[in-house]
Design a binder for this molecule. Structure first.
Ligand code: ADP
Ligand code: RBF
Ligand code: MG
Length: 382
């Protein structure tokens, strides 16, 4: 049996990172940094984000002070910016699948530890806004409780010790390369959930790289499987998006034989950021036409390696003509799978047709069919 196979059989506990893994902290961090740098007459350059992931606050601060040539010391920088972060704690959302994961493991009696490079008060403040999280963790370890933070394995080894288990019985879930390095150095199984898109090539040290927590298959690690999948679909908290149909990449019908009615992403960048890339389904309302079943992808279409995150809704109905410019309303009710690359166009097309069949069937289930009556779908109709 390979080392990884035996690791997978012996997992008893899960050690979770917080920022970027369970909580969507980066959006808040960027908002605060923009304001702060603005006060120094500097403009935030989004490309810097990857340099900050998984760093201690001191390391991250030092990097920013240097990169932007700020006329202050690292500690002055921190004194100025930390209160601004604290004020934003209540606005940090759980990442999709985080609450589901914590409650599932707790309900099945799987011990959990939280191991974050953040200081203790910051961890406690952030998780206090999420019901039942704090009491679900047997151990909470912060960066200030160990001598060296990640990528040192120390925080994970200490977590295993406090959980009273062998380090080899722990599974780490991490979004940063730094955290993955630390987990592997600790001799643990590591699942990476990269928080930045198109970065999975940097995570080769991880035992598994997934796109979002929705894609966790705990049974692969000998842990109790999620039981909430229904006929190949995962129910999600429904969300809505709408607007006039615009021109897309001009290849849906032409290249794939599958037309997708694109929406402008301009006014929806927050919504698109919030939802992991992947294949979803739901209901579509077209003003003056009616309501139809719909399956769509959100993301960068790995097969075509797009530069922009788009949504590509395919209405499961044969239309006689195009409907550019018409108001399209979508209620998204379930998740099917992550976006994938394919060895050929035919295999991509076959997979999308399979997504269509799964959605057709699922949308007849009462669980999903009730949303057909959502007023949002009709509100634009004359
Ligand atoms: P584009 O790249 O402009 O999106 P597509 O080849 O993807 O072009 O075609 C999309 C257009 O086809 C939609 O904007 C819509 O007007 C039309 N259309 C026809 N049938 C459908 C359908 N079943 N689902 C989505 N769009 C459809
Ligand atoms: N593109 C991909 O590169 N990978 C995918 O896994 C993928 N899945 C899709 C699933 C559905 C249901 C739909 C409608 C589209 C999907 N696409 C995927 C996007 C497809 O490539 C896109 O619609 C065309 O490129 C047209 O812009
Ligand atoms: Mg299209």
């Amino acid at each position: 049996m390979s080392i990884i196979e035996s690791l997978k059989k012996s997992v008893r506990c899960v050690i979770l990172d917080l920022d970027g893994t369970l909580l969507k902290t980066d959006g808040i961090a960027v908002d605060v940094l923009k304001v702060f740098l603005g006060n120094y007459g500097k403009q935030w350059d989004g490309r810097e984000v990857h340099k900050l992931l998984g760093k201690t606050k001191f390391e991250a601060a030092a990097a920013i002070v240097e990169d932007y040539g700020l006329p202050c010391s690292t500690s002055e920088f921190l004194r100025g910016i930390l209160p601004m972060f604290s004020d934003q704690c209540c606005n940090i959302k759980a990442l999709p699948g985080a609450d589901r994961l914590i409650k599932h493991l707790r309900n099945h009696g799987v011990s959990m530890a939280l191991a974050s490079n953040s200081p203790k008060e910051s961890i406690e403040a952030k998780i206090s806004y999420h019901d039942g999280w704090e009491s679900s963790f047997s151990v909470i370890l912060s960066g200030d409780e160990v001598r060296t933070g990640k990528p040192s394995p120390e925080i994970f080894l200490e977590a295993a010790k406090r959980l009273n288990v062998e380090h080899s019985s722990c599974l780490v879930i991490e979004d940063s390369v730094t955290g993955v390095t630390a987990g592997k150095a600790a001799g643990m199984g590591v699942i990476a959930v990269p928080s930045l898109p198109k970065q999975s090539h940097l995570y080769t040290a991880a035992d598994e790289v997934i796109n979002s927590l929705l894609d966790l298959r705990l049974e692969k690690w000998g842990l109790p499987p999620f039981k909430d999948w229904v006929e190949g679909t995962l129910p999600i908290d429904p969300w809505c998006i709408g607007g006039p149909v615009i021109k897309g990449f001009g290849r849906g019908s032409k290249v794939l034989g599958i037309p997708t009615a694109n929406l402008s992403t301009e006014n929806y960048s927050d919504l698109l950021m919030e939802h992991p890339a992947g294949v979803y389904f739901g209901w579509a309302g077209l003003s003056s036409r009616g309501i139809y079943k719909m399956v769509m992808s959100i993301g960068w279409n790995p097969y075509f390696d797009n530069k922009e995150k788009t949504i590509e809704p395919w209405l499961l109905h044969d239309f006689k003509e195009d409907f550019y410019g018409e108001e399209l309303r979508l209620v998204i009710v379930g998740y099917i799978r992550p976006e994938a690359n394919f060895p050929s166009l035919e295999s991509l097309v076959a997979k999308i047709h399979e997504d269509g069949r799964i959605s057709e069937r699922a949308l007849d289930l009462p669980l999903y069919s009730s949303y057909k009556n959502d007023p949002f779908l009709r509100s634009s109709q004359p």
